[in-house]
Ligand binder design. Sequence first.
Ligand code: ZN
Length: 123
Amino acid sequence: MDRELIQKLKQKLEQEKEIIEKELERFAKKDEKLKGDWDTRFPKFDGGEVGGAALEKAADEVEEYEALLPIEYSLETKLQDINLALEKIEKNKYGKCEKCQKEISEKRLEVYPEARFCLKCKK
Ligand SMILES: [Zn+2]
């Protein structure tokens, strides 16, 4: 595979990584023990209000937390794929399908630089 193209894709991956990490930082925190893992922060209840209003507020926050989970999951999965792709670039193993070991088409990598499988194996 063309070195220049790999450099280009590497830059793209690093940019995407930065964007995703910023996005995740807005509502999740990095799990220090597990590399690449993020936890959605559960909203804090301040407990300042009493009765119905407080309960209603708590319910809203739980709803918000539940809505954030799938977003966190998809961002995290993408981030892991990006890290994996960057690792492969370091080890000169980039651009190969993990399943059939054939080269992934450059066209596919340009659109989807973190791709782990070729089009055939992805199905
Ligand atoms: Zn394949």
